[in-house]
Design a protein around this ligand. Structure first.
Ligand SMILES: Cc1cc2nc3c(=O)[nH]c(=O)nc-3n(C[C@H](O)[C@H](O)[C@H](O)COP(=O)(O)OP(=O)(O)OC[C@H]3O[C@@H](n4cnc5c(N)ncnc54)[C@H](O)[C@@H]3O)c2cc1C
Length: 503
């Protein structure tokens, strides 16, 4: 069967949610997914193995452009290529952000304030703590609280308290600055993906190992798709519409391959322009992440628990800021980008802390290097281009080094490893540039908004086309100060509501 009411391209955080909700409403839905079903691969199921999945069988293998701001380094940017998308390969953290994040969305795309989004956040959650006015229970995505078992977990919590942060029982609760046990998409010790929650057993058609090559149109209406599967190409028909949920890197690629994008870019590539959309591939945002501050440990830390982390520390780099901009998490062992590992002695027992700027300001772009689906993407996030992002990281390193010296870490801390001392401003800046990587939260490349430059409307319909919506991280107008799986799942939930009303 090659004809459906709706075809959803991509089965990740956004795609799985929108597909399931459309099918729950009685629509005939197909999900087209380039990756295979990873069920049964123990590396996916085991939360401790997520880090090793990058650039492997379940990853698209993308990389950011080398940057002088990062001392000439190119940072890999992993994206899941599997049923479940990046929810099958990510670090399983579930953090939704705060009302301040969605107030910024609402300013650009009316209807996306916190109160508008909260029902969809609650609808997707099966929170182990039970339903409250802020949290949902009984929804598709299982969410558990990290365990106390690890010595680093205790040190991070006590250390945060020593630095003046309130301890909260749930970082997804009302306190925007805090230290607390993280929420995880882990159930019974196993990763819980969007495919597990939304797709398995649902009344829809899953076309895995099937790559969308081009969106097909009748006039200005999206009516189908050209796909490749097992070396052969074929067409699929969408009677009511197409939903792009291929993620922040592949959605703009598919739009451009289908003639929707910046006019000059399409001309440069020799692609004919079906619909001028100057915003496609622009507004790329990500959170810079230092990987990582490493510390010498007094003793071996023992086996890895959970995803290897377990807590969130959320605070302001400057008390005058309106919103917390920094987030740190523990790493139960050594963690270093290659340049850091080359520069410092990281032998022996170590623990580490990852530090991200969550209220980041730098913006970049991506473009195609050729007119075919396999030409590498050129991706420039401009990490650290905005001086506020660099300044926040410098203060964050100072804060975490001071925290490691508090009595909370007395049983654990045996000295600084990377950096190997407390540093002056110049030394700190070099450390930040050497350690800076990605928090894996790329977004914004086909943003929504009420303005003429937006690629899609606040109801997620592509401007200038009919029967075409976007429901993934591409539509985010401004990166929220949190991880992105939860916000994108919420986008998928809300997309289904809009599509059912507007199709
Ligand atoms: C290593 C890693 C760690 C992360 N850690 C966390 C974390 O702990 N917490 C958190 O909240 N967020 C985390 N993230 C980010 C988060 O997972 C993503 O922001 C989110 O999953 C993006 O959802 P999406 O729907 O936009 O895209 P994805 O979930 O990436 O889904 C896109 C899907 O589309 C498919 N696709 C792409 N192109 C095509 C095509 N042409 N045809 C058919 N299918 C196609 C892809 O294979 C993929 O399955 C992490 C991401 C990574 C990669």
């Amino acid at each position: 069967m090659d004809s459906f009411d709706f075809i959803v391209i991509g089965s990740g955080s956004g795609g799985a949610a929108v597909a399931r909700r459309l099918s729950d409403a009685g629509a005939e839905v197909a999900v087209v997914e380039a990756g295979a079903d990873p069920a049964g691969d123990p590396r996916i199921a085991d939360p401790a193995q997520w880090f090793g999945l990058q650039q492997g069988d379940w990853d698209w293998g993308h990389s950011y452009r080398p940057s002088d701001r990062l001392l000439g380094r190119a940072v890999p940017i992993p994206r899941g290529r599997a049923l479940g998308g990046s929810s099958a390969t990510n670090a399983m953290m579930w953090y939704r952000g705060t009302p301040a994040d969605y107030a910024r969305w609402d300013a650009v795309a009316p209807g996306w304030g916190w109160e508008d989004c909260l029902p969809a956040f609650r609808a997707c959650e099966d929170w182990a703590g039970g339903a409250t006015p802020l949290r949902g229970a009984g929804g598709p995505l299982k969410i558990s609280r990290a365990a106390w078992g690890h010595p680093l977990t205790r040190a991070m919590i006590q250390g945060g308290i020593s630095m003046g942060l309130p301890l909260v029982s749930d970082p997804n609760g009302p306190a925007p600055e805090c230290v607390g046990l993280a929420n995880f998409n882990i159930a019974d010790g196993r990763r819980w993906t969007s495919a597990d929650g939304y797709l398995r057993g649902a009344a829809l058609t899953l076309l895995t190992e099937t790559r969308a090559l081009e969106l097909l149109f009748t006039g200005d209406r999206a009516t189908g798709l050209r796909v490749a599967h097992a070396g052969a190409e074929r067409g699929l028909t969408a009677r009511k519409g197409l939903i792009l949920a291929a993620g922040a890197l592949e959605t703009p690629r598919l739009l451009m391959l289908s003639g929707i994008g910046p006019e000059a870019e399409l001309a440069r590539l020799g692609l004919s322009c079906r619909l001028r959309a100057e915003g496609v591939g622009q507004n790329l945002q990500d959170h810079p992440l230092l990987r990582a501050l490493n510390f010498r440990a007094r003793h071996p830390l023992g086996p890895v628990v959970g995803n290897g982390g377990g807590t969130l520390t959320i605070w302001k780099s400057d008390p005058a800021l309106p919103q917390a901009d920094l987030l740190a998490f523990p790493i139960q062992g050594r963690s270093a980008v290659p340049t850091l590992a080359d520069h410092y002695d990281l032998s022996g027992d170590l623990f580490a802390i990852g530090l991200g700027v969550m209220r980041s300001h730098s913006r970049g772009w991506l473009r195609l290097t050729g007119p075919g689906p396999d030409a590498p993407l050129e991706i420039e996030p401009n990490l650290l281009a905005d001086p506020r992002d660099l300044a926040a990281l410098l203060r964050g390193v100072e804060f975490l080094q001071a925290m490691a010296l508090t009595p909370a870490f007395a049983d654990l801390f045996a000295g600084f490893a990377a950096p190997d001392a407390r540093l002056d401003r110049a030394g700190l800046e070099t450390f930040v540039r050497r350690a800076c990587s990605t928090f894996f939260h790329c977004c914004g490349t086909a943003r929504m908004g009420a303005d003429a430059d937006a690629v899609c409307s606040p109801r997620l319909a592509v401007n200038g086309a009919h029967g075409l919506w976007i429901a993934d991280a591409s539509v985010i107008p401004e990166i929220p100060a949190c991880h992105t799986h939860a916000p994108v799942t919420m986008i998928g939930e809300r997309a289904a509501t809009f599509i059912l009303e507007d199709a």
